[in-house]
Design a protein around this ligand. Structure first.
Ligand SMILES: C[S@@+](CC[C@H](N)C(=O)[O-])C[C@H]1O[C@@H](n2cnc3c(N)ncnc32)[C@H](O)[C@@H]1O
Length: 339
């Protein structure tokens, strides 16, 4: 699909400028309050993904998450392995019912359903992502195993104990500050003894909340990724326990990456031109930026598209800096059991 078509599809409905202004106001230094962002996290993330989804599809494909990349392993293989690792930890059995919290466009759900033979319901409050996901599920001929539910994960219209297993892949970071509430809902939806696995975005022990550079990086990741706040590993495990889970495992998988290919490597590239990194590397991002501002001047794409791209650039800068300093990880793996 060409870029112009791609962006037009994303920006039907509310104007990009309006959504963008609303989104930016939530982070306005002078006025916006973090507690308001936390309370309105669902609206914030749906604005964000309304703006960013086509850029994600273009840059990352159908899987909106990072991966633990080993020496000689392709990026795609590492992303798949990241998902099957979680599937193995969940001990999925053929025919089980599984919940995917914040399922994106369904890429991980398709891979896990194929891998483990389970049926999966993907929850998402981005209608646009669900529409895309339905297309991908049909293409993969997995409609009998994969389905979507459009709702806020804080209030899922399904009966208690519907699912045997549940997981979230780099998604529940959008509920930082209200994780206990969310995990209570997951607990309710699981059958007794049901397992829940999640990859969480958190600040690590190296994060110093009094260091202005650290504060700036955290803020870049929040603004650039539609997050109301970023908390730490203790917040995740405490919230799980408060919601009635037993935490069985908690570890930062960033330490498992090959040092040559840390998780944030696709965002920094190696300074040389490479087709495989064109869409995510700094060079590729500069090319994209120039192309977008040209198209916007010619009125071939909605006004505001270049600013959306700048928001995503902010994310990339924050993620790379956070990764290099080791103050942030997107891959805290946590496994818990309903007790
Ligand atoms: C970074 S994406 C991860 C998507 C997917 N897990 C993947 O790895 O490809 C986060 C997802 O969480 C969803 N999300 C955020 N807040 C939500 C909410 N309140 N209710 C339901 N889904 C939500 C977003 O729409 C998005 O699909």
């Amino acid at each position: 699909m060409r870029t112009t078509q791609l962006l037009k599809t994303a920006f039907t409905g509310t104007g990009v400028q309006d959504t963008l202004n609303q989104y930016a106001n939530r982070f306005d230094h002078g006025h916006a309050r973090p507690e308001d962002r936390i309370a309105e996290a669902a609206a914030l993330s749906s604005e964000y993904y309304g703006l960013a989804t086509d850029f994600y599809l273009h840059g990352w494909g159908k899987l909106f998450h990072f991966g633990v990349r080993q020496k000689g392993q392709s990026m795609q293989d590492s992303l798949l392995a990241y998902e099957t690792y979680l599937a193995d930890k969940l001990q999925l059995h053929v025919g089980e019912r599984c919940l995917d919290l914040g399922c994106g466009v369904g890429g991980p759900m398709i891979n896990i359903a194929k891998y483990a033979g389970v049926s999966i319901t993907g929850i998402n409050n981005s209608f646009y992502q669900i529409e895309k996901g339905q297309e991908f599920v049909r293409e993969a001929r997995l409609s009998s195993q994969c389905n979507f539910l459009y709702c806020d994960w804080m209030k899922v219209p399904m009966r208690d104990g519907t699912f045997n297993k549940a997981y979230g892949i780099e998604a529940t970071c959008h509920a930082a500050g209200r994780r206990t509430e969310l995990f209570r809902e997951v607990h309710r939806l699981l059958s007794p003894g049901g397992l829940f696995a999640t990859y969480e975005w958190v600040m690590t022990e190296k994060y110093d909340a009094t260091d202005p550079r650290h504060q700036e990086i955290k803020r870049q990741i929040e603004i650039g990724d539609g997050l109301s706040d970023i908390t730490d590993a203790a917040d995740v495990t405490d919230s799980l326990q408060a919601a009635g889970f037993e935490v069985m495992e908690c570890k930062d998988r960033a330490t498992e990456c090959d040092p040559q290919t840390p998780w944030y490597q696709p965002l920094c590239g190696d300074g040389r031109f490479s087709i495989s990194q064109l869409r995510t590397s700094p060079i590729g991002r500069r090319v994209m930026h120039t192309a977008l501002s040209g198209l916007e001047r010619l009125h071939l794409i909605p006004q505001g598209s270049t600013r959306v791209h700048e928001v995503l650039e902010t994310a990339a800068d924050g993620l790379v800096a956070g990764g290099e300093l080791g103050i942030f990880t997107p891959m805290l793996f946590v496994l818990a059991r309903k007790v």
